[in-house]
Design a protein around this ligand. Structure first.
Ligand SMILES: CCC[C@@H]1OCC(CO)=C1C(=O)O
Length: 208
């Protein structure tokens, strides 16, 4: 094997290892989210997570040194994906107001189906029992919706006299309440229907 071939082979092996590490980290985060969502932070151990993954506890610790860092990573993912969804929605040609409505519709489905969203919400409720700096709840969503509603105001979509910041806080409070009640009463099975009836009223009051 020539030196060039050997270097290529070493680089390819390193890239394969990197890809595998990225996949394993993502799988660990997903399984931990399932367990945190189902049974909460305190009742879930790193051994439980390792067992469900079919990995050693050491392999889990390789990616996340503590259970707290796992919780932080899940809550960060719980928020981190949504700005990208806004861009996707806007790329579909939706207006700012339509984008705000569509992203919350997608959030309702995600809270119903996605363990990361379910775990993020539960971890935020359990934050007093988690010895870690979790992201402050609600502020990211409020900021995201406020920026859309400010744009909606200047594009003439927002009802005269409606304050974008107050409207954003109202949307966040309403969505939080809808998803929480749906979780308690139906494990979020009916969240899409419950959110639809709420959003119809809210967006009727917000549109110009
Ligand atoms: C999108 C509305 C707010 C959202 O709903 C559940 C939850 C969990 O804390 C949220 C947050 O922290 O922003």
């Amino acid at each position: 094997m020539t030196t060039k071939q050997r270097k290529t082979s070493v680089r390819a092996t390193a890239e394969l290892k990197q890809d595998r590490a990225v996949r394993t980290r993502a799988q660990t985060l997903h399984v931990a989210a399932q367990l945190f969502a189902q049974q909460g932070f305190r009742a879930t151990s790193m051994q439980h997570i390792a067992d469900r993954l079919g990995m050693t506890k050491g392999a889990v610790y390789f990616h996340f040194p503590t259970k707290e860092t796992l919780a932080v990573a899940i809550v960060e993912e719980h928020y981190g994906r949504w700005p990208k969804v806004v861009k996707e929605v806007q790329a579909e040609g939706l207006s700012p107001m339509e984008s705000a409505e569509e992203i919350l519709n997608r959030a309702a489905v995600a809270f119903r189906d996605d363990p990361v969203m379910q775990a993020g919400a539960r971890l935020q409720l359990e934050r007093p029992h988690i010895d870690a700096e979790l992201p402050t709840p609600y502020v990211d969503w409020t900021q995201l919706l406020q920026s859309l509603l400010v744009t909606a105001k200047y594009s003439g979509e927002l009802r005269e006299g409606v304050d974008p910041e107050a409207a954003a806080r109202t949307l966040v409070s309403s969505f939080f309440g809808v998803q929480h009640i749906s979780d308690v009463l139906s494990h979020r099975k009916d969240i899409a229907e419950r959110w639809e009836e709420t959003r119809k009223l809210l967006f009727y009051s917000l549109r110009a």
